[in-house]
Design a protein around this ligand. Structure first.
Ligand code: FUL
Length: 494
């Protein structure tokens, strides 16, 4: 009887159960559309990206060039892309986005389609290629490469003559996307002016996207593009409510990127479902995460008079908490100087920033502590609350389908001091949480220490140091059953 049962179980019932969707347990939650692509997930996990505004403006001490500058002015005295890569890598960046061409049209690579480039500069006798050296240095240091190519070009004669300029622009894109290895992000700026003949350029965005998708299918397109959105300001700060789930607006459909930018400046990123989805079930949504750009100095380009105006550690930390800590990616600009180096002041500040971030988040006080939850998906330990504390990004605490309010209690075992909390959703299956609270148990009563709305990839909360042994995370509202990948508690060293 028993041996026969084991044979029946082993050969038939167990495989059937596995095939049915779980190893004797419940089914994993279904994805909640829209979900990110694998490239969008990897991009978000970079958390901090460096931006380098370098070009003609570096030598003319301007922010926007006219396009009439003499290429002879471009002449860095000690250009060294390996120094950039070393500093940025040590500062924890995962990618560098370089301004291959800014609005003045001067190209940092020897483009075959214009004379306005490094090839007519004295630097390296006209044989230099900044894009090549930066691409090589990044690859060697293990940094990804992104390219900023300004659609607005104040030098190019064909600008404003739409079809001719569109061909020119696609040719430049082809050069950059064919000759420098893998490009992970293509950054399209929204600034745009009149052409020399007074006409306005009609950009052929779809043709540009086709070039990118053909040559670098894994690359993400920022800004005037479908994959990553501008957060809506240039201070590096996301909103307290920041959805990666966004309505596909008329502006996006029509490629009206100016109107689209206005939407985000007006707070579009916060408005996902609150107004749109609930009032209009037929609305279409897309995964559209926010990138938060800001410069470490007042200007985007290097100006010697700003050497003393590098943002303070406190300012940069605040930006970090308000970008990475609010479901955004931080794109921090560090403009190389006239030598062609990252200035010492900027390099020092970047390292200080990284040291504080690492020191703060290296020791998760909730890691592998015991936990209980008000609801566990089909009572299956694979979805238990301890999965939010195991440090494993592939596992998460999940509730039953239809349970959109629930709480998790961590038992730290002893009174513990902390002043930072970290929450992550398992975004591969969609962004869900709309509202949450974190509380500590004081005597018999739960006392709130942080409240928030969206979580998404990562939410960081700062509060005064508190001592507690029991901490509760309550999800009050969620688009579907919440999937909490990480709940962490930390103490700053300061
Ligand atoms: C803006 C540009 O006009 C600035 O010069 C800078 O490149 C910034 C990142 O984007 O729109």
């Amino acid at each position: 009887m028993w041996p026969r049962f084991f044979i029946l179980f082993g050969l038939i019932l167990f495989p059937m159960a596995v095939l049915a969707g779980g190893d004797m347990g419940g089914r994993p939650p279904a994805p909640l559309a829209p979900v990110p692509s694998p490239q969008q997930i990897a991009w978000q996990a970079m958390e901090t990206i460096a931006f380098a505004h370098f070009g003609m403006n570096t030598f003319t001490n301007r922010e926007w060039g006219e396009g009439t500058e003499d290429p002879a002015l471009f002449n860095p005295s000690a250009f060294d892309a390996t120094q950039w890569a070393r500093v940025l890598k040590d500062a924890g960046f995962q990618m560098l986005i370089l301004t291959a061409k800014h609005h003045d049209g001067f190209c940092l690579w020897p483009s075959a389609y214009t004379e306005h480039s490094v090839k007519n500069s004295p630097w390296k006798g006209g044989k230099g290629d900044v894009v090549r050296e930066v691409a090589d240095a990044c690859r060697q240091a293990g940094l990804k490469l992104g390219i900023y190519l300004s659609p607005w070009d104040r030098h190019e004669r064909t600008y404003g003559d739409s079809p001719a300029y569109n061909t020119f622009f696609q040719n430049q894109l082809r050069e950059l996307l064919s000759n420098y290895g893998e490009v992970t992000e293509v950054w399209f700026d929204g600034a745009c002016g009149e052409g020399p003949n007074g006409k306005r350029q009609e950009y052929d965005w779809d043709a540009y996207y086709t070039v990118i998708r053909n040559l670098q299918p894994q690359a993400l397109i920022f800004g005037c593009g479908p994959d990553i959105r501008w957060v809506g300001n240039e201070s590096g700060v996301a909103r307290e409510t920041e959805w990666s789930v966004q309505p596909v607006t008329e502006e996006i459909r029509k490629r009206d990127w100016v109107g689209h930018q206005r939407w985000f400046m007006d707070g579009g990123g916060a408005r996902y479902a609150d107004e749109a989805a609930r009032n209009n079930a037929s609305i279409e949504f897309m995964w559209y995460p926010a990138e938060c750009d800001v410069s470490i100095r007042p200007g985007w380009f290097y100006h010697p008079e700003e050497d003393g105006e590098v943002k303070s550690l406190e300012q940069l930390l605040d930006i970090y908490y308000k970008s990475v800590g609010r479901n955004g990616v931080l794109l921090l600009n560090i403009p190389p100087d006239r030598r062609g180096l990252i200035h010492e002041n900027d390099a020092r500040r970047l390292l200080e920033l990284r040291q504080v971030i690492d020191a703060t988040f290296q020791n998760n006080l909730a890691l592998n502590q015991s936990a209980t939850a008000s609801n566990i998906r089909q009572k299956d330990p694979r979805f238990g609350p301890e999965k939010a504390l195991d440090g494993d990004p592939t596992t998460y605490w999940a509730t039953e389908d239809g349970i959109t309010a629930a709480s998790l209690v961590v038992d730290l075992g002893q009174p513990t001091v902390f002043d930072r909390a970290l929450i992550q959703e398992h975004i591969a299956l969609g962004q869900r949480v709309c509202r949450y609270t974190i509380e500590v148990l004081e005597g018999e009563a739960w006392k709130p220490i942080a409240k928030g709305t969206t979580i998404g990839y990562k939410k960081l909360d700062r509060f005064e140091p508190v001592t507690a042994s029991k901490v509760r995370l309550t999800i009050h509202q969620s688009r579907a059953c919440p999937l909490i990948q990480t709940f962490g508690l930390y103490r700053t060293s300061q």
